[in-house]
Design a protein around this ligand. Sequence first.
Ligand SMILES: [Zn+2]
Length: 172
Amino acid sequence: MSRTLVLNASYEPIAVVASRRALLLVINGKASILSESDRIVHSVTESLVEPDVILLRQFIRIPRRSIPLTRRAVLEMYDYTCAYCFKHGNTLDHVVPRARGGTNTWGNVVVACTKCNNKKADKLLSELGWKLPFELREPAPNLATLISQRWKEPSWAEFTEPWRNHPLELAG
Ligand SMILES: [Zn+2]
């Protein structure tokens, strides 16, 4: 079955649906075609070109979904940058050490280089006089990233690429 990429009215990619369903959205006036596929559907009375990408006419709010905390997700979120010295890092550090009650959540995990990680060990930041340069938070759920990972459609890349996750901006 052929598929169509659905963009929110803001042009953010939000879904992939069966092309027939996308065509119905267009026929019902809920979406417009941004680019057509080379596939043609024949009905009793006419032939229609299936859309490759459609744009919703009305903006719809997408509920936030959380991104699972995995080693790779954290490394990519912080762009392999040590939270303490800003050099390349590829280990994870619990800001409040697990041995001292720290949780394994987005609110307590950063990337650290081996040197800083060893230095920090089971200490608190206050004990070392260190400070985090940013607030810890969960990454914004990004449907464009999920869609582009799952569907490797070359013609969709120009619509998903601009919306993919960017590394956290450092405060101050
Ligand atoms: Zn470091």
